[in-house]
Design a binder for this molecule. Sequence first.
Ligand code: ZN
Length: 287
Amino acid sequence: MQLATYQSDSGPRVAGVRDDGYVDLSSADPQLPAAMSELLALGREGLERTRRAVQSGAPLSADRPIKLLAPVPRPGKVICVGLNYADHAAESGAAPPEEPVIFNKFPTSVCGHEDPIVLPRLSEQVDYEAELVVVIGEGGRHIPEERALEHVAGYCCGHDVSARDWQLGKPGRQWLLGKTFDTFAPFGPHLVTADEVGDPGDLGIRLRLGGRTMQDSSTRQLIFSIPKLLAYISSVCRLEPGDVLFTGTPPGVGMARKPPVFLQPGDVVEVEIDRLGTLRNPVTAEV
Ligand code: ZN
């Protein structure tokens, strides 16, 4: 099943994705919550109910363009993993880490499919990173690795936009600030439920900049698997429904190129992951 969040007249609402368009869930089951994180908090039973509503609901009118938001527009946590692809660690000249390297973005950095990535006035070196995004369903603390995938609601394409001159160039290395400018965490276009994705450790992942392929790898290259990451992070903090995890990027990022490539106004970036579709974002300058 695929779910989306769209901007309705009454605010963000979850929609089902069907071959004939987006389906308004409340038309079939008015008691289903409008917010994705609340829907995911209902667990397996809620998802089954949602599945029935997607099948029986009425498609949204095709008369008006549908404005998609990120599948979870304001996640409680946006957790990120650095240096998690063996081939990217080699490209960065870094030794593969012995434990996951975790950082975060603020929820205000989230945006959705077709939303512009806004290049801040304060950075000259904004880089792209294609990433698989994991969306948490059932929450938990101290989640054992062997049960971790039971806590995953689904997956999305994600883009960890990064101001390298902040992340690496500022005194003390400002990873948080360099990664959390507004619009620096696009993900979507839809949430694809885990049952439809199968093994998240075997997905092709690509990024195109203006149609040119810049990253082309597979989640087979992940140094720390998704179950390992969820076990590791939940040993520190409780994971909650709707939290999202950006799982790291493969090689081919702009700063590693000679000469380096950074995002420019007018660019269009596409992140494509097997079975998850394509997340597309134009790039604009902050005015
Ligand atoms: Zn990243």
